[in-house]
Ligand binder design. Structure first.
Ligand code: GDD
Ligand code: MN
Length: 369
């Protein structure tokens, strides 16, 4: 099977030759996988590309791509596109080129893919994996806490290592990456790539890896930029999920209900009815509209039908009445404690609590899983 190993380099002159040699050494024991190594270098000023060109003269299956300096994510995307379009890769492996990622793990990555994984993630935080012993406690803590924030922040806790760059994936996963990852040009690419793949249903397998510190050259990561990118990514993803998820729909349905309620009130008053009658009818019409729309759209996947729908509709009326009580309670309490002139503030607080009440009742009681 056509396998491409991508090595992104920026100033790795002292590391790249050793790494290429040891990948070839290891590959001797990997059967049934033809190997192409793709070095993607951002015009390293230290002359990394010269070393690779020299190496290439004896190893034609090493290819050098050269581009402007744009960041790790851009380099990886560029190389992935080349691996797919020009080399027709079936499996792509990516690893750091500073000898932090040991090629001895390569067979485990290939095995994971051959056993059915779409995406094999090198993991330092599972049994058999490790971060360097010689790291000071603060660096260890930073690494562990950082990964924990991503892991729990994105909500996929069965993957333990989100930030690393030692991975293998199938052609199918690599093709996905091209549509929506170009905005992640830096190190945050690693997180976004894994996350988007999971959202698309990729089967993930973790491969334990022992991460070691580089001996030559230095890291190119810019910590403050990286932290900003990562927190920004998590926040945006979570926010989008909330707005486009059932809570967003619930808010849309509620707004439609509010418009119906208000319109009915005005129509009734226009035809000479007392506003109390108008707002009661308006409220009930809004409740009916809310029930129908929430049942068929917001919680459409848990839709209730027939007799069950009637029972749920009565329940829905009861919980809606609960929201009315909360709202009135908030206004009453506020007026009593701070004086009547503050009623608008407490009305808003009441509406807010009422919204949360309704959403909780709908998702946990009426349309419970
Ligand atoms: N082409 C290219 N362009 N390569 C780059 C660039 C770039 O702008 N920036 C970094 N690289 C290459 C490096 O030459 C190295 O081979 C690899 O990407 C990783 O870069 P390091 O500079 O060694 O990063 P690190 O060791 O601090 O980062 C490690 O942790 C990150 C976060 O956990 C790596 O494991 C990263 O892959 C990981 O995302
Ligand atoms: Mn490194």
């Amino acid at each position: 099977m056509n396998t491409v190993v991508i090595l992104p380099t920026y100033n790795e002159r002292e590391n790249i030759k050793t790494l290429l040699d040891s990948i070839f050494d290891v590959w001797v024991n990997i059967r049934g996988h033809s190997l192409t190594i793709l070095v993607v270098d951002d015009k390293s000023p230290d002359g990394t590309s010269e070393v690779v060109k020299q190496y290439r003269s004896k190893h034609p299956n090493v290819i050098l791509l050269t581009k402007e300096k744009e960041g790790l994510g851009s380099a990886l995307l560029y190389a992935i596109a080349y691996a797919l379009d020009v080399l027709h890769a079936k499996i792509i492996v990516q690893m750091d080129a500073d000898l932090s990622h040991d090629p001895v793990s390569l067979p485990h990555f290939i095995k994971a893919i051959n056993s059915g994984a779409d995406f094999a993630v090198g993991s330092r935080y599972i049994e058999g994996g490790s971060i360097p012993d010689n790291w000071g406690w603060h660096r260890k803590l930073f690494s562990i806490v950082g990964n924990g924030i991503v892991r729990f922040g994105l909500g996929y806790t069965n993957v333990h290592d989100w930030t690393g760059g030692y991975r293998a994936y199938t052609e199918k996963i690599a093709r996905y990456s091209r549509s929506d990852l170009s905005q992640y040009q830096g190190y945050v690419f690693q997180i976004a790539y894994l996350h988007k793949s999971i959202l698309r249903g990729a089967k993930i397998t973790e491969v334990p890896i022992r991460f070691t510190d580089r001996k030559f050259g230095h890291s190119k990561i810019a910590p403050s930029q990286y932290i900003r990118d990562v927190l920004g990514y998590i926040t945006r993803q979570r926010f989008t999920q909330i707005v486009t998820g059932s809570f967003g729909k619930f808010l849309v349905v509620g707004s439609i209900g509010f418009i119906i309620n208000t319109a009915m009130l005005e129509v009734f008053v226009h035809f000479g009815f007392h506003p109390v009658i108008g707002s009661s009818f308006g409220a009930e019409f809004a409740i009916i509209s809310n029930f129908i729309l929430n049942n068929s759209w917001t919680f459409g996947s848990r839709k209730v039908r027939g007799f069950d729908a009637i029972r749920k509709f009565l329940q829905f009326n009861a919980t809606s009445f609960g929201a009315v009580l909360i709202q009135s309670g908030a206004v009453a309490t506020g007026s009593m404690v701070f004086g009547v002139s503050f009623y608008r503030w407490f009305y808003l607080i009441g509406v807010g609590i009422g919204l949360l009440w309704n959403y909780t009742m709908y998702s946990k009681v009426i349309w419970k899983k």
